[in-house]
Design a protein around this ligand. Structure first.
Ligand code: GLN
Ligand code: ZN
Length: 766
């Protein structure tokens, strides 16, 4: 019998129970027992859900109160001294590492003030993990019994689980050395770490685990030779009589370039992501020994679309034809962590479209059905197959998915449309004349503080409690206030402040054809922060102007240039669930054409500075160097240029990027007149140097918008002076790191005033 397997299930709860209890715990409104109780209930619910769905191989230890990688750091005692020195209860040390901790001294405990460990993107997903940080004093030891406890917890419920661990090579490679030890290569710690893994595995076996899922996702990255070689060392050491069987899992990509690292490992089986890379089947099969099992990741853990059963069954059958049914498992491609919990709570999505989706809970049924189909024959699941085929074909032929006019317009895109009329130097001269912008121009990135007031009124409007007219009045007043504020502070290029926007992608999605929204489709982004990505369901087009009214109004009440504010095609796509039936490139082109019309409408309305934000451009970069990555850079750049090139030379196009290490070459290719990048926390002089050759104008973010701290004028002055050592003064803009939406007004005013005063000082000098 072909078994079904799930690699991990969302832990946040169908009603975001995890967020509610952790935040309550942090603010002192829930006790630690309440916190643990909710965790326990969530685990129990998830295991039972999977059991009832008929899943054969159910994971445990996929639960976490913050992040599963951080769990391992606690588990192996990878706790830098700045955290351990406080001797906090383990759960508080854990949260302190995840999110920092600042609290005053009490009678019984000293003051605590420690920042969080670095948080980084989990491969190419929108999940972020807490980076293991190895200091000189690291002393690996088994510091917790979480995986064993959770295994036993499930066992007590009568559910035999397969515990999930991050494998030792991935755990080390995903980490970094701490500040005290910068030359350390974490992989060199492998020999010291392995005995602790062995001890843990032995305990799991004693508890009754027969197999452990050992995640080695770094196998889909370009790995240095010493990391490739570490697999043999690690798994020859760990596989033993005393340990449960190990099932090696990879996901999110292609393992072929590292296939030699997998070959010959004494593991029980290998899991690969065949949703992402179906072409790797032959080589993965060839790497297995005759006794090793192949886990076929075929139900997408990263998206919300129903699996096409006919295709998936064919694929699994082709695997069975190669290795035999007794050696195949049907599985989710990755953990289901990246999908919303359940479709059941979505009441607002039109039934026709809802029928195209499968969220995590629905995906459980999918793996089970596919496994049954390949075991007992398709007749055994005839009804499910028929319903699936009907739904797939309804989606394929729906007028929502296929808009002939949009396709036709994309087909007619010309190269010229993605090129400005003149080169930058010519544009710059025209812009100088038209806009009258001084040297060291000051501006902001778009949003201003989004007070409770704004959110309340926006909600009232969404719920229909206030009229459109009342709402518009309110927004105009907010815009007027923000404009007046900026004039008082003395900024040069103003913004309208984005009070009408809940979110920079959702706002546009709601105004475009082709998107739908969930009411409860939350996905964990990091810790207690969850996002609710819009879903691209069909060809995208713009029924009418999206931002013109607000920007035009804002421009009408000031003499200073007003900057229109749009979200770029790549960011709209990356922060949504994209379609899986057409390429990302085609979706980006459709978005680009819609934005192009908006850009031109803004220009026609007298808004001559337009910023198109692309903060997500970096995260879409394919994990490996090579053709796929080059292709991505090409279409990402082209779609931005398509969106922004329809304007006159005298109209100034801005763009903005943040929260990633950027490649200046990618930014350069966009040919925006001005870019602003997050910069205040970049202290690597190489990074400044790299951007010093940026040919157009650039604003290197001068203060951190995540912190209420107000930098003094002198701090701005010395920062600008540092930049000017390598950077030509006539190209430099002066701005914060990113939008000010999450800040309060007091620190916003003070910081911007100091920033503007510093710019004026330089302006006077040159
Ligand atoms: N214009 C947006 C804002 O200021 C940009 C946000 C972002 O880059 N994440 O809020
Ligand atoms: Zn930003």
């Amino acid at each position: 019998m072909v078994q079904s397997a799930v690699l991990g299930f969302p832990r946040i709860g169908a009603q975001r129970e995890l967020k509610k209890v952790t935040e309550a715990y942090w603010s002192g409104k829930a006790t630690v027992d309440e916190l643990f109780q909710v965790g326990k209930e969530l685990r129990e619910k998830n295991w039972k859900l999977q059991k009832e769905a008929g899943v054969d191989i159910i994971p445990s230890n996929d639960f976490s109160f913050y992040d599963q990688v951080l769990d391992h750091s606690l588990l192996f005692n990878v706790i830098p001294e700045r955290y351990s020195k406080y001797n906090l209860p383990a759960i508080d040390t854990f949260f302190a590492m995840g999110r920092g901790l600042q609290r005053p001294a009490t009678e019984t405990s000293p003051a605590v003030d420690v920042t969080a460990l670095e948080m980084v993107k989990w491969f190419d997903s929108n999940y972020h993990y807490v980076r293991p940080t190895f200091s000189k004093t690291v002393e690996f030891k088994l510091n917790s019994t979480k995986p064993i406890d959770e295994f036993l917890e499930a066992k007590a419920l009568g559910i035999h689980t397969r515990p999930v661990l991050v494998g030792p090579v991935s755990y080390l490679y995903l980490g970094k050395p701490d500040k005290d030890n910068l030359e350390l290569e974490p992989i060199t710690l492998l020999d010291k770490l392995l005995p602790v893994y062995a001890e843990l595995l032995a305990k799991l076996k004693e508890a009754g685990a027969d197999t452990v899922q050992i995640d080695e996702p770094v196998l889909v990255l370009d790995l240095p030779a010493e990391v490739q070689a570490a697999y043999k060392t690690a798994y020859e050491y760990l596989v033993s009589e005393a340990a449960p069987k190990l099932f090696l899992t990879t996901y999110f990509g292609d393992v072929r370039p590292n296939i030699d690292s997998i070959k010959g490992l004494p593991v029980a089986g290998v899991h690969a992501d065949f949703v992402r890379v179906p072409e790797q089947l032959d080589e993965v099969v060839a790497a297995l020994s005759p006794s090793q099992i192949l886990s076929v990741g075929i139900v997408n853990g990263r998206n919300i679309w129903k699996t096409n059963f006919a295709k998936a069954i064919d694929f699994v059958n082709s695997a069975i034809a190669k290795v035999g049914a007794e050696r195949v498992i049907v599985a989710t491609s990755s953990s289901l962590l990246h999908t919303p919990v359940t479709l059941a709570s979505e009441k607002k999505i039109p039934a026709e479209i809802k029928d195209w989706f499968a969220f995590a809970t629905q995906k459980l049924g999918e793996v089970v059905t596919i496994a049954k189909a390949v075991t007992d024959g398709t007749e055994s699941v005839a009804e499910a197959l028929a319903a699936n085929a009907k739904s797939i074909s309804a989606r394929e032929t729906s007028s929502i998915t296929n808009d002939a006019a949009v396709r036709d317009r994309v087909a007619k895109i010309t190269e010229d449309q993605a090129r400005r009329k003149s080169p930058f130097a010519v544009r710059l001269a025209a812009q100088k004349k038209a806009l009258g912008i001084p040297l060291f121009p000051t501006t902001t990135i778009g949003s201003f503080p989004q007070t409770k007031d704004i959110r309340i009124v926006r909600n009232k409007f969404t719920k229909g409690e206030i009229s459109e007219e009342e709402y518009e009045k309110f927004i105009e007043k907010e815009i007027a206030d923000v404009v007046k504020f900026q004039e008082e502070v003395g900024l040069d290029v103003l913004v309208h402040g984005e009070p009408e926007r809940n979110d920079m992608v959702q706002y546009f999605g709601e105004k475009l054809n082709g998107f739908v929204f969930t009411t409860n489709g939350w996905v964990q982004s990091y810790g207690s922060r969850y996002v609710r990505p819009p879903i691209v369901v069909g060809d995208v087009s713009r029924p009418g102007p999206m931002t013109v009214k607000e920007s035009k109004y804002a421009q009408s009440i000031t003499q200073k240039p007003m900057k229109g504010m749009l979200t770029g095609p790549v960011t709209c796509l990356r922060w949504s669930f994209p379609r899986d039936d057409i390429s990302a490139k085609l979706q980006a082109q459709q978005l680009a054409l819609a934005l192009r019309d908006e850009v031109q409408d803004l220009e026609a309305a007298g808004v001559y500075v337009i910023q198109v934000d692309e903060p997500a451009i970096r995260e879409g970069l394919p994990l490996r160097a090579g053709a796929e990555r080059d292709d991505y850079v090409n279409w990402a750049v082209e779609s931005f240029r398509l969106a922004t090139s329809g304007v006159e030379d005298s109209t100034q196009i801005h763009s903005h990027f943040c929260y990633s290490d950027l490649d200046p070459n990618h930014i350069k290719a966009l040919d925006a007149d001005v870019v602003s990048i997050e910069f205040s926390k970049k202290d690597d002089p190489k990074y400044i140097q790299e951007f010093s050759e940026y040919p157009n104008h650039i604003g290197l973010g001068l203060f951190d918008i995540h912190s209420p701290r107000v930098p003094a004028k002198d701090e701005f002055v010395s920062r600008i002076a540092d930049i000017l050592k390598v950077y030509p003064q006539e190209n430099l803009w002066v701005n914060p790191d990113c939008g000010l939406k999450t800040r309060g007004w007091t620190e916003t005013r003070a910081s911007l005033q100091n920033m503007v005063d510093a710019a004026k000082e330089f302006r006077a000098k040159y």
